[in-house]
Structures are given as structure tokens and as C-alpha cells.
Design a protein around this ligand. Sequence first.
Ligand SMILES: CC(C)(COP(=O)(O)OP(=O)(O)OC[C@H]1O[C@@H](n2cnc3c(N)ncnc32)[C@H](O)[C@@H]1OP(=O)(O)O)[C@@H](O)C(=O)NCCC(=O)NCCS
Length: 206
Amino acid sequence: MPCSIPLAKRYRMERSLCGALPPTTLQSGFRLVPWHDRLLEAHAKVLHRAFAEDFDGRVFPCFRTLDGCLELMRAMRGLPSFCPGATWLLTAPEGCIGTVQGLMGEHRFGMLQNIGLASAYRGRGLGSALLCSAIGGFRRSGATRMNLEVTASNLPAMRLYEKFGFRCIRHVYKPTASSSEPEASATIAPIIRAGNDSGDAIENRR
Ligand SMILES: CC(C)(COP(=O)(O)OP(=O)(O)OC[C@H]1O[C@@H](n2cnc3c(N)ncnc32)[C@H](O)[C@@H]1OP(=O)(O)O)[C@@H](O)C(=O)NCCC(=O)NCCS
């Protein structure tokens, strides 16, 4: 019987944490701020700005509301695997504009979560700078490899990851949000699990 639930194709990508990274620069006025608990709400606000109307907002409804993003950040912060060193906020003179979070999986595997920038700030190297900070944080925290998941149609993100040497190791299919009503908590667990093998997605090794 044909499946009536729309599925989003996502790639699991990996790279070793050895080896050089592409050069990145931070234009003047921008600042990378390391994790502190008092920044949780700022991260959530940027997540909402970056993802609500974008590729992953269509797959994960929690990104569509600020409450959903707050719940996601609180859930990640509460995990024993939360990796503060790989979690960064990016600020511009106007305020907070970028975020990335990290989790440390089994066997010292860094798991990149939700790198995102407010749309007006994309395409000028800031995503690269955020990713570089997260990679540095994983290295300092003792990780030897790292992985991430990306929606297959998200070409800007795919290009960013390929530029940093990530290679696709398998693809997975995740049910997309078919309802226009956001149900924040229902989709948080699959996002947080995105970096390990226990997710509830349909997987195919490449
Ligand atoms: C993905 C994202 C973080 C990239 O940030 P960014 O600041 O635009 O990326 P950069 O300017 O550092 O670009 C890095 C590389 O990605 C590629 N790239 C960036 N934007 C692109 C676009 N619109 N189309 C195609 N390639 C693009 C380029 O190859 C670029 O490298 P180059 O300029 O040296 O050629 C940003 O697009 C974003 O926040 N998207 C919404 C949230 C999201 O989908 N996050 C990813 C979740 S998996």
C-alpha cells in the first residue's frame, strides 16, 4: 500500500577531526560567543529566526515557534551529551544572528546540531566561521570524528558541509510536518537523535 506520509530525504554526513580546515574570517563587528547557560534563550531566538521559514522548519515543526525552539534548547542542554565547547552564538552589532550546538556521542563522536543564521546574514562566510568554532570545540573536547544530518534539498548547507570535508555516509527519510499547526514537543526527540543511530527514521547506507 502506498505511504501517504510525506517523507523528507536527509543525508548523514561525517568527517574526521584530523586535518586542516578551510580558512575562515570574521568581519569586524561580528563576535563568536561561547556557551553559557544564560544564553539559552538567545540561542532559541536565533534558532527560530534561522529555521522557522526554512528547509528544516518544514520537516521539524518545533522550529516554527519560539516556544518549540526554547523547548529544544532546554532539552539539549539537559542531556549528559551536551557539548558546551561546540556550542556557539554569533553576534552582530544589531544583536544575535547565528547559532550552532554540539552533542558528544558514544566513542567520542561529535554530533553537530542546528547550525543556522538569520537570513540577512547568509552567504558572507559567517556559517563557515560558526562551523569552524564548533569543530574546534569538538576537538578540544576530545572528539575524533563528527557527524551531522542535513535535508537533501538544502543546497546551501550541503555546500557548506562539503567545503569542510564532510562526506555523505547514508541517507535517511524522516516524516515531514503535514499539519500547519506546530506541535513543538512531538518533533524534538528526532532532531536531538539526529546524530546517532537510534533515530526512528528509515535509513539506507550508501
Ligand atoms: C547553512 C547556512 C548556515 C550557511 O551559512 P552561510 O553563512 O550562508 O555560509 P557561508 O557564507 O559560510 O558559505 C559556505 C559555503 O557554502 C556555499 N553556499 C553558501 N550559500 C550558498 C547558496 N545560497 N547556494 C549555494 N551554495 C552556497 C558556498 O560554497 C560557500 O563557500 P564559498 O563562499 O567559499 O564558495 C545558512 O544558509 C543557514 O543558516 N541556513 C538556514 C538554516 C539551515 O538550513 N541550517 C542547516 C541545517 S543542516
